[in-house]
Design a protein around this ligand. Structure first.
Ligand SMILES: *[C@@H]1O[C@H](CO)[C@@H](O)[C@H](O)[C@H]1NC(C)=O
Ligand SMILES: *[C@@H]1O[C@H](CO)[C@@H](O)[C@H](O)[C@H]1NC(C)=O
Ligand SMILES: *[C@@H]1O[C@H](CO)[C@@H](O)[C@H](O)[C@H]1NC(C)=O
Length: 743
């Protein structure tokens, strides 16, 4: 090759290889980057906190952002490096496309590094092939904006030395190694590591590895796992694993005893594995979503004759295009994806008239507490002192009238029929959420009148649809109305839900047909977990007892300030209590919980709570349940659904009895077993921060599909086919949800 050819070749290579790109180093954005942020006060040359001469200081209103816009897409870069000083709980990062206005998934700043703090800079790298917290790659997209966005409380933060990186070197490394099942070590690694150097010792005796199987999760390829099959079974004592630089040791605890009695069975309703608003058919498949709800505050104002809605007090009483598009189309694709559809029928007197109007314009009501950061004219309907803006707005400003005749026209015309209909959503608090169209507090009597009128209409138009109501928001409103306890008094001191059930029974008798098929409630755990420290996490993990345990006094206001006329009123004891109320007031009615949530969707403890709750719903006979709202499929809550139902592998439909020797086991473990088609499936949730060794008699040895998430490997999901060589000592790592099903 001549010198000239060599030079040309070298230049050609240089042109192909990108170099790192500075977005901000000192004083100003560089390389053509611009700020497209909103509702944020920015100093581009702040000196109060800086690496080098200056930094970006930003103060964002709720949901406002510093939005850095590149002249070109950021395709081809491997990651983003920046210095940040912030309260990590107040900010998130996401990528956006100007070309099609799509957004990436959100990366909570708290998930990037535990070291991030408001008083000093922390240098972090976000690897586009492994976004925190799930480890999934950045979605494909024509990304050209990088957004640092405040969450609902706003944020004050500093950024510095923002750079796109062309390469991120992943050093091959052992990350974790944990005992699991009866004779495996689950090892997570990054990069290509050499497994021949792994040494396992149990009680100081070397144990040979007889099999090595590596699994690369399709959604999170950055987190591969290798199952090392051991020549002998795990037993109590000290286990050490040495691999490369990693050396870990576990105390395998003495055994806890339990048994399965396959002769004692309860049917598990297939409809407890639902969510609100699944984003796609593939999501329904991946998580095994059996039932999907069109719900939430905005559906109260859904206008099916234009597909508009109003966000109510969730967002400045602004109209917008309906979240789910056209209800008829939504029902169609939900059912085609294999899920049942639950449609909410509005039951107030107004629905949104268009996609742009709003109830409280600044031009009419200048004196308001807050205005929309994206629309400075739309206020939140409150005076600065927090009381409702007066006079009440003209409903015609943003709405058109609605009644059962309009609802009948809509339901009659549906090409796709829903399996379930709800009569509105949390209508008992309409005087607050929808203060613009229903400023008066909802009373027992008004609520019943609306429920009966719409239920009758729905039963006429859709005789095969199940009616579910009244979708009451919370423990407080199960027992009283927004009018207050004078309303109980006016109804012989009968608490709301038992009164409602009895009234629906009598209205059904009058109508000559059942008007209420499912008593529907929303259930949100009440304990204050905001600290999210070790104590709060332990409380989160044991509060699932409120769903079933009559001996569990709720560790919240509900347990210490009893405001109902119910027996054992300090225990929530939710499912058995509701079933008793149904039996005494309207027998034959089924139980639906159409909103509930883990209290921490991004935290492993939220995922463990979800796995525990799904087991409890099955065991105690909930008929329908849908999560609020659609958990990230790759996050801890989504993984709990996948554990039970993912991609066609199901936990059994017939629950079998599980006996655990210690009463307090419910604080630390959840153990659920079921059969279907002669195959046993078992879910074990270890809520403890150390491994569990469980002797579960009557679990046959043999070949099983194993699925798990959590543990030292982080939240990522794993599965493998394993051999259970013993049911006398099954090890579940700390903070892990574990599923096995006979193959
Ligand atoms: C893996 O490690 C073993 C033992 O340390 C060594 O003999 C072998 O050559 C290594 N294999 C590779 C591919 O590096
Ligand atoms: C709140 O402010 C409004 C408007 O200034 C006023 O009319 C109202 O009386 C105030 N309410 C209370 C409780 O102070
Ligand atoms: C609903 O409103 C329309 C239009 O005002 C009216 O014709 C109809 O009678 C109303 N239906 C009921 C049940 O009140």
């Amino acid at each position: 090759m001549s010198l000239r050819t060599a030079l040309v070749a070298l230049l050609a290579v240089a042109a192909l290889v990108k170099s790192d790109e500075d977005i901000y180093i000192d004083d100003a954005l560089s390389n053509g980057w611009q700020n497209w942020g909103w509702s944020t006060v920015i100093n581009w040359a702040a000196t109060d906190l800086a690496v080098g001469t200056s930094s970006i200081s930003a103060v964002s209103d709720a949901w406002a952002a510093v939005s850095l816009k590149s002249p070109t897409t950021i395709a081809g870069f491997a990651g983003l490096k920046f210095d940040i000083a912030a309260d990590p709980a107040q900010l998130q990062l996401y990528f956006q496309s100007t070309a099609d206005n799509t957004q990436s998934s959100n990366v909570p700043i708290s998930a990037i590094s535990a070291a991030i703090n408001p008083t000093s800079f922390t240098t972090v790298i976000v690897d586009f092939s492994a976004l925190p917290p799930s480890g999934a790659p950045l979605e494909a997209g024509t990304w050209d904006r990088i957004n640092f966005q405040a969450l609902g409380n706003g944020a004050s933060y500093h950024l510095d030395n923002i750079q796109l990186l062309t390469s991120i070197v992943v050093t091959p490394k052992f990350l974790s190694a944990e005992p699991i099942a009866s004779n495996y070590i689950a090892v997570t690694t990054q990069g290509a590591v050499n497994f021949t150097s792994v040494a396992v010792k149990l009680n100081s005796v070397a144990v040979a590895v007889t099999g090595v199987t590596t699994y690369v999760p399709p959604d999170t390829p950055s987190r591969s796992i290798t199952y090392l099959k051991l020549a002998s079974r795990l037993v109590p004592g000290t286990l050490t694993v040495a691999a490369g630089d990693l050396s870990v040791s576990y105390t395998l605890p003495t055994v806890q005893y339990g048994s399965i009695t396959t002769a004692v069975t309860t049917p598990i309703s297939p409809l407890i594995y639902g969510v609100n608003w699944p984003p796609s058919a593939s999501y329904i498949q991946q998580l095994g979503v059996t039932i999907s709800r069109w719900g939430g505050n905005a559906v109260t104002a859904y206008n099916p004759f234009g597909d508009f809605t109003n966000a109510a007090n969730d967002w400045y009483f602004e109209n917008r295009a309906s979240d789910g598009g056209k209800a008829d189309t939504w029902i169609g694709w939900i059912k085609a994806a294999g899920s049942q559809a639950m449609m909410t029928i509005p039951a107030l007197d107004w629905v949104a008239k268009d996609s742009t109007s709003y109830s409280y314009p600044k031009s009419i009501y200048p004196n308001q507490q807050k205005f929309d950061p994206y629309n400075a004219d739309a206020g939140n309907g409150l005076f600065p002192n927090g009381s409702y803006v007066q006079p009440t707005p003209d409903p015609n400003r943003a709405y058109v009238p609605w009644n059962t005749t309009a609802a009948r026209t809509w339901l009659t015309g549906l090409a796709n029929k829903p399996e379930f209909v709800f009569i509105d959503n949390e209508i008992e608090i309409a005087g607050n959420t929808h203060q613009d169209i229903h400023p008066a507090p909802m009373s027992y009597d008004e609520e019943l009148t609306r429920m009966v009128a719409y239920a009758k209409m729905a039963k006429e138009v859709l005789p095969n649809a199940k009616v579910a109501a009244p979708s009451t928001c919370s423990w407080w409103f199960y027992w009283t109305s927004a009018v207050g306890y004078t309303d109980n008094t006016a109804h012989n001191n009968v608490d709301f839900l038992p009164w409602f059930l009895a009234q629906m029974k009598s209205a059904s008798t009058t109508a000559g047909k059942r008007l209420l098929d499912y008593l529907d409630i929303h259930y949100y755990f009440q304990p204050d977990l905001s600290a999210n420290d070790d104590a709060a996490k332990a409380l989160r993990l044991r509060m699932t007892r409120s769903l079933w345990d009559p001996g569990y006094v709720d560790e919240s206001w509900a347990g210490s300030n009893v405001q109902n006329h119910q027996p054992n009123g300090a225990a929530v004891w939710l499912i058995p209590r509701m079933k008793q109320l149904i039996d005494s007031n309207y027998p034959g009615t089924k139980l639906s919980i159409s909103e509930w949530a883990s209290t921490a969707d991004g935290d492993i403890t939220g995922g463990l709570v979800t796995a525990d709750v799904l087991g409890i719903f099955g065991r105690y006979g909930v008929d329908v349940a849908t999560y609020w709202s659609n958990p990230d499929a790759k996050g801890p809550v989504g993984l709990a659904y996948w554990l039970y139902r993912g991609s066609g592998t199901y936990f059994g439909n017939t629950g079998v009895q599980v006996n655990l020797a210690t009463y307090n086991a419910a604080n630390t473990y959840g153990v659920y077993a079921a059969t279907e088609g002669g195959k046993l499936s078992v879910v074990i949730i270890n809520k403890d921060t150390k491994p569990l060794g469980l002797d579960l008699s009557n679990v046959p040895t043999g070949s099983y599909l194993l699925r798990h998430f959590g543990g030292a490997s982080g939240v990522a999901k794993y599965q493998a086919t394993i051999t259970l060589t013993s049911s006398q000592y099954i090890v579940i790592p700390a903070y892990t949800a574990f599923f096995i099903k006979q193959t």
